[in-house]
Design a protein around this ligand. Structure first.
Ligand code: NAG
Ligand code: NAG
Ligand code: NAG
Ligand code: NAG
Ligand code: NAG
Ligand code: NAG
Length: 304
């Protein structure tokens, strides 16, 4: 093979090799987003074949839904300044009661403001809270994740400032978030490893607001990549909710508008494809308008 053909083969190869996602992975966890309206959806995450090993819920205490599901290890998170004062005591009392807490996560999107779900905290403030509420856990042998910034450039800057402000902090790994395409995810992870030389957890990721085919291709490529990449030890796909309430587009969701596992949802849990196609709230509205129109037309027909 000439060099040119070899290079072409090299660029073509990944898309052939990575188009199928591996069925199971020990790195996988759940970003748990409970549904008040449909608590029965929780049963999806508790399937006997599920390969999920851990979960987080953006809070410091475990979710009652998983109390009898020891396969899912709880990872507490100190979300933001508003709920930081009891973090240490919350986690220590779980450890005292015999819970296997081996990891905790720092602040959620501190470089983002509340309008996008960020906790909006200056790095210096985060560092002060960290020394009081998180650092003592490191002394107890718990592994600590840095604050998880947004995928924007502000995220890496914030993390840099945090490493400076928190030079005495024990930081074992860095959780990152990504919403975008696969190339972007891979280079984002590469940048973090290159800049900070830490192992990475990808604690939120999806290709937001793309069509179903693109969502699935992204899922397959990224899960396969994350499984192969040694520097990534844990990942949790963003989508443990119904497609009609998804804020990252219906096609990324792991559940349909009726609470059934989508193909992605099932693949993520180590199962086969379900053929259940996720629909958005807009689709529902259109369907509703169509049926009201029909009712209206029928009524008019009757009046006439
Ligand atoms: C994704 O991977 C699954 C197997 O895990 C395969 O059945 C499916 O065809 C793949 N889809 C795409 C779009 O690559
Ligand atoms: C922590 O506080 C923020 C802001 O008040 C809130 O949005 C979030 O839901 C809280 N998290 C928990 C787990 O209580
Ligand atoms: C606690 O969880 C870790 C994985 O996070 C596992 O390696 C370890 O075996 C668990 N310990 C117990 C006592 O279950
Ligand atoms: C880090 O610890 C050293 C030694 O205890 C102390 O002198 C220094 O002020 C600390 N740095 C910060 C940023 O707290
Ligand atoms: C990266 O971290 C490892 C320890 O995890 C260390 O052995 C290595 O020297 C570090 N590399 C650089 C360039 O700092
Ligand atoms: C990243 O992975 C490479 C091997 O693929 C390894 O040499 C390096 O130490 C890892 N870095 C970290 C921070 O884990």
């Amino acid at each position: 093979m000439g060099l040119r053909h070899f290079l072409t083969a090299l660029t073509v190869l990944p898309s052939i090799v990575y188009c199928q996602s591996p069925l199971t992975s020990s790195k996988r966890g759940l970003v748990y987003v409970p549904s008040e309206k449909y608590p029965q959806d929780d049963a999806n995450w508790d399937s006997p074949t599920s390969d999920l090993t851990w979960y987080y819920n953006y809070g410091s205490k475990p979710s009652p839904a998983f109390a009898n599901f020891p396969k899912l290890q709880f990872v507490p998170m100190l979300w933001g300044t508003g709920n930081s004062s009891t973090f240490l005591s919350d986690v220590q009392s779980q450890i005292k009661a015999g819970a296997n807490i081996t990891y905790v996560l720092g602040f959620n999107e501190p470089d983002g403001d509340s309008s996008t779900g960020g906790s909006d905290i200056p790095a210096e403030t985060a560092a002060q809270i960290w020394m009081q509420q998180i650092e003592p856990l490191a002394k107890q042998g718990v592994k600590i994740g840095a604050p998880a910034c947004t995928g924007a450039e502000t995220g890496r800057q914030w993390t840099q400032e945090f490493f400076t402000a928190c030079s005495n902090c024990t930081i074992d790994f860095i959780p990152v978030h990504w919403y975008g395409d696969f190339q972007g995810l891979a280079s984002h992870i590469g940048e973090y490893v290159g800049t900070f030389n830490k192992t990475i957890w990808v604690t939120e990721f999806a290709d937001a607001h793309v069509n179903l085919q693109e969502s699935q291709t992204f899922y397959n490529q990224s899960s396969s990549y994350l499984d192969r990449t040694e520097n990534v030890t844990h990942y949790s796909y963003f989508g443990a909710f119904r497609s009609d309430v998804s804020n990252v587009g219906a096609n990324s969701a792991m559940l349909t508008q009726d609470g059934k596992l989508t193909d992605i949802g099932s693949w993520y849990l180590g199962g086969g494809e379900t053929g259940s196609v996720p629909k958005s709230a807009a689709y529902r509205k259109t369907a509703f308008i169509r049926s009201s129109l029909l009712v209206g037309l029928t009524t008019m027909w009757c009046v006439l």
